[in-house]
Design a binder for this molecule. Sequence first.
Ligand SMILES: [Zn+2]
Length: 433
Amino acid sequence: MRQELSLDTFIQRLKSKKLTDKRTGQNAQYDVNDAAQAAFAIFFMQSGSFLAGQRHLRQAKGKGNAETVFKMERIPTDTHIRNLLDPVSPYELSDEFPFLLGQLADSGYLSQWHVLDRRLAFSLDGVYYFCSKKISCANCQKQEHEHGTVYLHSAITPVVVAPGQPHVLPYVPEFITPQDGTEKQDCEINAAKRWVEREATVLRQHRAILLGDDLYSRQPLCEKVLGSGLDFIFVCHRESHTALYTVVDAIANLGRLACFSQRQWNGRHGEIWTYRFLNNAPLRAGEDALSVNWCDLQIVHEETCEILYRNEWVTSLQLEQENVAEIVACGRARWKSENENNNVLKNHGYHIDHNFGHGKEHLATTLLTLNLLAFFMHTIAQVADLIYQQIRRALGARRTFFNDVEALLRYLIFPDWSSVLRFMFDQLELEPD
Ligand SMILES: [Zn+2]
């Protein structure tokens, strides 16, 4: 595996970052980088008790894997992690996402995510990563409920997805702030615009196509995407786009909507997949409406004629009979961001909340970023590290792998992560593929 993609090199990069440290004088008992490595280690190990185990190991043997594998000088307490990371902005860490994506591209692994002639599809989706009735900060969003105010943090967590690819690659998140508005739609649209603006250069390098649900298929965002030299495939429902569907329906009634069907076998019964599409339709009412391309897909059971699936999209890509199936497949791949990424995050989110709380400044957002990076490193290993892949396959359930790694690191000291994997590989008596 390319060195820059390994966990050991990532830890070194994390250690060498110049992170904001607001303390002055001698009270710097713990290093701010130790706090970042410690939080990262908890997420990477998927264990809130990892550091406690390493403290015991250190007491018994004079050192532990916090020092060797995760390169901490000292093991900070939860309180220190909280206090040290709170002033650190998540953007001090976010350059890792384009760096790792670039390394995956250079080493050829990124081609597994290529769609529509070597492009990348970024799926945008909102996620709550902090929620409390008691704790709040200046960056909290507020929701008024019957039983009182709820304080929230939410973010758009973009991921690279591809049809048929089970893994997703996280990308730089965009944090939703109270200034973004109070409605879910305003919040996500404003944050998405900011994200497109900030990340446009990297996104253009990957010829990005943005995917999103019906919230995203609104003219200001679509214009922003196009103006940044990017493309989009957004879900576009009838209820929220009446002007567009007036045109689609009129053309359909004239029998002039392009339409074709394919039969697919799903392993149990036949399905009829019917695509319809129309280029150059107005996204909304009015003279200044953006011209977009519309398509839909309906899947029916071949024998019972039951509708198994239907959805509709607008895109900036010119639709033709040759590409509409792939464009629709990309549009449908966005469900992966909900399943893969956000499930992992939400389960982790519990850890974030539980172990560290929330901070006054950046803590919640910086922890989310470290959590995404830990998720990224496991995903990279799953596609680029043959030893890691074989161990995961041999152990079956995801939880078994993490339990085993934690147990090993509780009792044995390893010089680095690759030695942990090598040990497991040998003890499982695996043969190189
Ligand atoms: Zn807050």
